[in-house]
Design a binder for this molecule. Sequence first.
Ligand SMILES: Nc1ncnc2c1ncn2[C@@H]1O[C@H](COP(=O)(O)OP(=O)(O)OP(=O)(O)O)[C@@H](O)[C@H]1O
Ligand SMILES: [Mg+2]
Length: 273
Amino acid sequence: MKAFAILSLKGGVGKTTLAANLSTALSLMGRRVLLVDLDPLHDLTYSFGINAIETRGVEFLLEKDLKFEDVMVPLSENLHIIPAGKKLKDLELSLANMFVKAKDTYFCYLLRNVLEPLEDRYDYVFIDCPPYAGFVTINALVYAQNILMPVQCQHLGLESTKKTVSLISRVRKFNGLPRRELTVIPTMYDVRNRLSDQVIDRLNTMFPDALTGTRIRVNVALAEAPGFGKTIFEHQPDSHGAEDFRRLADEIAEKFENDAIPALPLAYVQALP
Ligand SMILES: Nc1ncnc2c1ncn2[C@@H]1O[C@H](COP(=O)(O)OP(=O)(O)OP(=O)(O)O)[C@@H](O)[C@H]1O
Ligand SMILES: [Mg+2]
């Protein structure tokens, strides 16, 4: 299982949209995908039409009150979600306080303890984080091997990207963990606006190896879909938004599954003309 934290310290850049639609695109390609909503505002949970107020969510797993099967909601055969419930906010505050008092890194590993036993069941897990460095975000960074950082192509102020990268490396250094792979995804790209290309140029300079070739264009259907409790693939499968997320899913699979391609059997190679 490949684990991705979806993170940016800037709000409204398309993290939740990325979580919902990239995961769905990969599940439609036959991958087994798990989503985790770690944002106490539970936008991701709502975007699948689940009422977070009535849901016992990820907070019950982090506190070990419930089992995975009691909390997970299947969205389709290949796509499952651990939703966020209304108590996630309280848990975030109480555990952060305990962490500060006890200075015990145990509190950074709660999410890992939940997800590690599931590693054979899924090909991918995507963790949607809130836009700040709270307790749950730190848990996501400690566990996930990979970080997806969406960047909105609407203004040149890219300070938040530096802050996000610095947070990632501080958390990992503090916990003595190896560096992990960063993937930067341009979102809300507007073909008619020169500023969007200026942002792409700057991102190319800042993150030459991490920037995806796929850009998620501005697309109203992407903004509408969560209101219907749908992803872009049910709401408007012919839209630019659906096309961009299909392309992104291909790119992500190519980047992260290369090592998983089995070598050809020797007999087959020898038989080649
Ligand atoms: N490519 C897009 N085109 C048009 N609208 C978009 C696009 N991507 C996201 N949006 C809209 O922009 C808003 C912010 O997106 P989203 O909620 O995904 O961001 P976020 O980073 O998760 O925000 P937060 O930091 O508050 O969690 C939403 O209303 C969403 O529908
Ligand atoms: Mg969000």
